[in-house]
Structures are given as C-alpha cells and as structure tokens.
Design a protein around this ligand. Structure first.
Ligand code: TPP
Ligand code: MG
Length: 304
C-alpha cells in the first residue's frame, strides 16, 4: 500500500519519546516471542521428520541466514536450542516445553483441527462452549469448503454438546468434528455411551484447560476469594482414560503437528475418537492477545 501523506489539517498527536525502560521491555518481549517462534518451528520439523536447519527456518520466516544464525546462537546460549556444528538443530527440555506451550493452546488447536477437516470433502464442524465457538469466530477460523458448521446452546449453554454432535453424525452419516471445552464435556459424559454407537467418523476434540476459561474475561475474575472455586471450577480430570472406559479410541497429542496427524487418523477411522488436548488458560489468553495485537497493528497500518 502506498504511503499516505498526513493531511495538513489534522495534526497527529506528538509521539512521546520511548524511555530506556520501555525499550528494554519491548526488546525482551520480542526476544521471548522469537524464542517461542523458533522453538515451535524446530519442534514441528522434528515432529514431522524434517531436519531442523538454519536455512529451513530462514526460508520459513522469510529472514536471512545471518539473522536466523544469530538468534539460534542466542537461544542455544539461553538453553533452549541444541546447536552443534554441521548437525541439525535440536531442542533442550526447556525448548520443548516452550514449543509445546506455544504450539498447542486453545486457538491454535482449533485452527489445526479445523484445517485437518479438509482431508474429507464433506462434514460438520461442531463448535462447542465456551471459548471454542468464540475463538473460531474471533479468529475467523472458517471450516474448509464442503463443511458445514453447527452449534448448540442446549438448555442453558454447556449441556448436551456431545449428544448434539452425535445426533449430527447419525443424521448426516458424514464426518463430524466437535470442538468442546472440558467442563462442557464433563457435563455430558454420559453421552459418550451414545457416541460409542456411531459408525461414521465422530471426532470429539476436548480442549482441557482444567475449568471454565471464559470466566477470566468477566469482572468476577477480580474476586479472587470465590473465583477459582465457584467459577473456574478446576477438576483435575483427564478425559482420555474416561473415553477409553466407554470403548472409544483416544489420542493425546502435545504439538500441532501431532494433532494434525491424530485428526487424520481419527477421520480415517470409523466411529468416535476423543482427542484430548491439555492446554492452559494462560497460554490461550496470551495467544488471543498476540493475535489481537497483530490484527490491530495491521488495521492501523492499512486504515490510518
Ligand atoms: C447447564 C449449564 N451449566 C452451567 C453453565 C454456566 N457456564 C457457562 S460457561 C461454563 C464453563 C465452560 O467451561 P468449558 O466447557 O471448559 O469451556 P471454556 O470456558 O474453558 O472454553 C459454565 C459452567 C451453563 N451455561 N450451562
Ligand atoms: Mg475449559
């Protein structure tokens, strides 16, 4: 887009000088974002059997070899990356943990699961409560061509989602992928018995952030004395063993690449698969904030 000259009539607000402290904080933010980006990229390459090389990362990020080498050296000295001369890059335990945290949060899991639906020409993407449907909307994660979307408010919001998704699978006789919160899943566990009778692929992607993440966006979140126990209601449960006890196939991927593979297996397999994703409310919020910030900056650039 061509640079626009500022109108002589509208005086832009004078820019406040950036203090040394602000500069340091910004730089630190950029560095930690870069650490996450690099660790995630390396983890994905390792996961998919591709050698993690500086050149590949440079190509992926559209950066020069020199820039990527410099960042990789820094990440190696900070204990995230294993960089040996003439060897592909690796990740330390710390680097793997950082990659996993960034890689599989709620929004990225929804994006990956949605993209994986494209392996089938038709199907229904069922958006559950509470944040899955909001994330899909907010982040404009559209279903692939040929797929419909569905959702269900239930009687009051989080009830009967597994039953509804199962109903869609039975009625359409086509693949259904339902993306559900953990409390919603807990609320409708008995419907796993219905889901066990479905023959078409029914994939229940459970985003287990151990409670109701939506409440952190409400004013009640400030009332620390009651918030966790009465609103978030963490349960500490894992759903894969529960689903197994209903005779269902289960998957527990820990990276985006592993989720993509689990989705493709689940869509090829007949019947119901529960894909449980352990994620944190904090990393999901951080991801939403990062996307919102990037979108705001892009809009400001193009519309100012
Ligand atoms: C039947 C019913 N009970 C309680 C609620 C209140 N409620 C709204 S959202 C929510 C938590 C949902 O948590 P989860 O399914 O884990 O989704 P997340 O917010 O983490 O995305 C609850 C309990 C409701 N809407 N409906
Ligand atoms: Mg939840």
């Amino acid at each position: 887009m061509a640079a626009r000259k500022s109108s002589p009539k509208t005086k832009s607000a004078p820019r406040r000088p950036v203090t040394a402290e602000q500069h340091r904080v910004r730089r630190q933010q950029h560095e930690s974002e870069a650490a996450q980006d690099y660790c995630e990229a390396i983890a994905e390459m390792l996961e998919t059997g591709v050698e993690a090389r500086v050149g590949r990362i440079a190509e992926r990020f559209g950066l020069s070899h020199v820039t990527v080498s410099r960042v990789v050296r820094r990440l190696a000295s900070e204990g995230f990356v294993v960089a040996q001369p003439h060897q592909p890059l690796g990740l330390t335990a710390r680097g793997k943990a950082l990659a996993a945290e960034r890689s599989l949060c709620e929004p990225t899991a929804i994006a990956t699961a949605t993209a994986a639906c494209a392996a089938e020409p038709h199907g229904t993407l069922f958006h559950g409560s509470s944040m899955p449907i909001r994330d899909a909307d907010f982040l404009a994660i559209a279903p692939p061509a040929g797929w419909e979307t569905a959702s269900n408010r239930g009687a009051s919001g989080i009830d009967g989602l597994i039953a509804s998704a199962t109903g869609h699978a039975v009625a359409s006789a086509e693949p259904v992928v339902a993306i559900l919160g953990d409390v919603s899943t807990l609320h409708d566990l008995n419907s796993l018995q219905l889901a066990a009778q479905v023959e078409t692929p029914l994939v229940l992607v459970v985003l287990n952030n151990d409670g109701g993440g939506i409440f952190r966006y409400l004013p009640i979140a400030r009332h620390e004395d009651v918030f966790e126990a009465c609103f978030t209601t963490p349960h500490g449960l894992s759903f894969a063993p529960i689903a197994k006890s209903f005779g269902l196939a289960t998957e527990s991927p820990r990276t985006r690449a592993a989720l993509a593979k689990a989705m493709s297996r689940a869509l090829r397999r007949g019947g119901t698969t529960v894909i449980e994703i352990a994620c944190t409310r904090e990393s999901s919020e951080e991801c939403r904030a990062r996307v919102a910030k990037a979108a705001t900056a892009a809009l400001a650039r193009d519309f100012r």
